[in-house]
Design a protein around this ligand. Structure first.
Ligand code: ZN
Length: 217
């Protein structure tokens, strides 16, 4: 689903159209991130609807425009989908280690509160497929940046079995809980993109991107 390095961009667009038709959202007015592995959040509002655009330099988007879809692209990095059903607000974020380090989940929850008045404890969150904590070996230069910010390294760093391994989903969960999202309302698919052939995976040597979408009610 990703255009970056795609051999056949027209085939990518054809697939996106088929997918949008099947799921039932309007691809032409879909918001898409042009991801930077950061923690910028951009919000859209029904009082001044916009759409059908790529939003540059962002890793999270939110909207309360009815029927508006938000799309992000992934291959090992996690899709994070958030919904405030009472206010008709949805958000989507893209989170690899860099985004997790700078708090993309934290920033998204805070942005929803500021922009729409969403109380964190009324959010439902899905942490989608990504590279799991057993598979994601990182260097010390990556691993050592997390504990000074987040502490509790037993929750997301493993050192047994050779090398350091980082559990990005666990960092995201911690950030969500720290912001007041109810633990029972955070679901994780626990599907590992590296281990399971059906996903594209940077580390797993299956180049390409899959697409994640959330649609405002
Ligand atoms: Zn794995």
């Amino acid at each position: 689903m990703g255009l970056t390095d795609a051999d056949d961009p027209e085939a990518v667009m054809r697939r996106r159209r088929q997918f949008a038709e099947q799921v039932g959202f309007d691809l032409d007015r879909t918001l898409m991130t042009v991801q930077e592995h950061g923690a910028n959040v951009v919000t859209f509002h029904r009082r001044r609807p916009e759409g059908g655009q790529c939003v540059f330099s962002t890793d999270a988007l939110a909207t309360d425009v009815p029927g508006q879809a938000i799309v992000t692209y992934h291959a090992d990095c996690f899709p994070l989908l958030l919904a405030d059903r009472d206010r008709g607000v949805v958000a989507a974020a893209h989170a690899g280690w860099r985004g997790a380090l700078v708090g993309v989940a934290t920033q998204t929850v805070q942005a929803l509160h500021l922009a729409y008045g969403t109380p964190p404890d009324q959010l439902d969150v899905l942490i989608g497929p990504g590279i799991c904590g057993r598979c994601y070996q990182v260097g010390a230069e990556v691993a050592e940046r997390f504990p000074p910010r987040y502490g509790r390294q037993d929750r997301y760093l493993q050192t047994d079995g050779g090398g350091l391994r980082l559990d990005i989903a666990a960092v995201l969960r911690m950030q969500l809980e720290d912001e007041g999202v109810h633990p029972d309302r955070i679901q994780a698919t626990a599907w590992c993109t590296r281990e399971e052939d059906r996903w594209f995976s940077h580390r797993g040597g299956r180049p390409g991107r899959f697409l994640s979408v959330v649609v405002a009610p």
